[in-house]
Design a protein around this ligand. Sequence first.
Ligand SMILES: Cc1cc2nc3c(=O)[nH]c(=O)nc-3n(C[C@H](O)[C@H](O)[C@H](O)COP(=O)(O)OP(=O)(O)OC[C@H]3O[C@@H](n4cnc5c(N)ncnc54)[C@H](O)[C@@H]3O)c2cc1C
Ligand code: FES
Length: 266
Amino acid sequence: MINDPVRPHPAKILDIFPQTEMEWTFRVESDVPVRHGQFMELSIPRVGEAPISMSGFGDGYVDFTIRKVGKLTDGLFEMKKGDTIFLRGCYGNGWPAERFQEKNVVIVAGGTGVSPVKSLINMFCDDPAYAKEIYLILGFKNSHSILFNDDLAKWKSAKHFHTIYTLDNEDYEGWNKGLVTSFIKDIPFASFGGNYECIVVGPPVMMKFTGAELLKNKVPEEKIWMSFERKMSCGIGKCGHCRIDETYVCLDGPVFNYTVGKKLVD
Ligand SMILES: Cc1cc2nc3c(=O)[nH]c(=O)nc-3n(C[C@H](O)[C@H](O)[C@H](O)COP(=O)(O)OP(=O)(O)OC[C@H]3O[C@@H](n4cnc5c(N)ncnc54)[C@H](O)[C@@H]3O)c2cc1C
Ligand code: FES
């Protein structure tokens, strides 16, 4: 157990699971307690540091699903099983899991946005008594950018799950075609008797239009939860990098109710 929450500590890469050419899942040793939707700061000395969400966690490990976009992530993609990276955290509030208990949950996620909500979806899947019915709309750009194939299949076959998987602009067997926003009207909101919550995660433009579409379908703002990826540095509310007005995304978020999050949507 690591006691100092701001001091990076060494952690061994236990395994690497390529998902696509540009996105790999790194399983890293860790015994730090994690809440669904939190993030850690990952670093390689003399290379860089970046905040990354946990896409999964279990006994003695955490999973990070990482898109190769720059200094730190390029460095990570050079590493192999058995190499050492550095971690600090966990940070952030994570999903308010208790709010979802015994409710219908609508989850709309796009691309790497599936990552910060994946462990929560697996919790809903593995414990059918926790929430009620789960309505999942997941979108990816095309068949080459699909993540978490095994999890997608598991969720699709779960009795209490209603899944809509879609690709933005490709015809592909077993998949719908179109943006996630075009399927929101298919969710039977009126049948929920008000007993539901919505989760939205994805690129800023997707979150903006998904939020607008949910409101159009008469979903109250209070029932919408979003996770944000703002530029961060310290991750602990000290440097101000992530600050928008009075809000520190690293500390107060990254998960926000839409009543607050709507001011953070670009
Ligand atoms: C809470 C949170 C959770 C996150 N979770 C994940 C996750 O689960 N998986 C994931 O892959 N990412 C995640 N991110 C995003 C990740 O932290 C960023 O992509 C991070 O910048 C990657 O670090 P890097 O050093 O590899 O990239 P950087 O070197 O910082 O580059 C990042 C981007 O900036 C651009 N860039 C770099 N330098 C310049 C420059 N000089 N001028 C203009 N553009 C430049 C790059 O092209 C690239 O698009 C998360 C972010 C937050 C805040
Ligand atoms: S990242 Fe430093 S204050 Fe949020």
